[in-house]
Design a protein around this ligand. Sequence first.
Ligand code: PMP
Ligand code: GLN
Length: 387
Amino acid sequence: MKSANTILSGYGTTVFTVMSALAAEHGSINLGQGFPDQDGPEDIRRAAADALMDGPNQYPPMMGIPELRQAVAEANHRFHGLEVDWRTEVMVTSGATEALADCLLGLIDPGDEVVLIEPLYDSYLPMVRRAGGVPKLVRIEPPGWELPSDALERAFGDRTKLILLNSPHNPAGKVFSRDELEFIAQLVRKHDAYAVCDEVYEHLVFDGRPHVPLITLPGMRQRCLRIGSAGKTFSVTGWKVGYITACPALLAAVAKAHQFVTFTTPPNLQKAAAYGLGKEDAYFTGLARDLEAKRDLLARGLAVAGFEVLATEGTYFLTVDFRSVGFNGGDEAFCRHITTEAGVTAVPVSAFYQGADVDHFARFCFCKQDRLLSEAVDRLKAHFGGA
Ligand code: PMP
Ligand code: GLN
């Protein structure tokens, strides 16, 4: 038999699937893969159910239904003051995952360099490489996750096509500051590059901190592709409805990929996402406030259990250094150990890096019901003998 594609066949099954399967096998509390354990608002789900029954259920327009493209344009204005033409500057995709693939396939030519910041969300590197891009990796590292400006500057060059930036960042929980974004924007302008901005956690930002989209910075409007996800914004991760906002020339380039990758996205889910984006401000602030309280609950509990808990400014995730509970193995061993022995599952942070030198940190997901978070903490306390 001839071999399959050498780039993709070199990758194993993603860590999220592996750890969720292990959690299911051992009946442990799954704080690994990032998904809420309660479905999103009933009115949004009702809107999807009604649209499914009312129809039409045939192919919607390739760029997305007008209601959702309008809602995305309006949300850009409401939350960030951006003027967006929904007809030429918004496209709907089947999740942010497809949006990322479309941007990379639509923009990268073989040999183009792509700047990426480790730790990396799992799909980035395979898709950059499959598109023919040459990855230039820069690291942020726990516990501080500081952006190394010299290394970032060195990663850019004449052949840089784009930077892929994730803020708020999974798994670091870091929300890039305006100063950091200005530094990145200046490099993008200097090297005549683009920025693919993965902002799926844009509404999950805590402590009154602002989320600043790179596209709002001077000179960035024509260079950025901003990606959002209804799955994250409405706590319905299975829906896979994403959207891209970009200037007409960039959007047209990525639409070329979208038309051959999925072409369209289920129309009823698009309709419900449009309804959701129109909800009052209180919905969005309430989402962040609820998650912030869950972050605090889990962070406090894990600290009492003896872990060193790192700060989290946004997303579903917090990271701990587990050496303080006396576990001396690597992070994969730790995540397997707590799954099988304590009944709680996390994911190893090394899975987000190339190379295994960041090996004593684990990521826990806190978008779960309070009683589950408390039970997970109790199990870890009992296991590691915390106070
Ligand atoms: N980017 C990041 C950083 C994520 O954490 C996720 C979550 N799965 C995605 C993209 C994909 O989002 P979606 O489920 O909308 O495809
Ligand atoms: N984004 C989720 C996480 O980081 C998982 C998505 C997936 O399973 N591919 O856990």
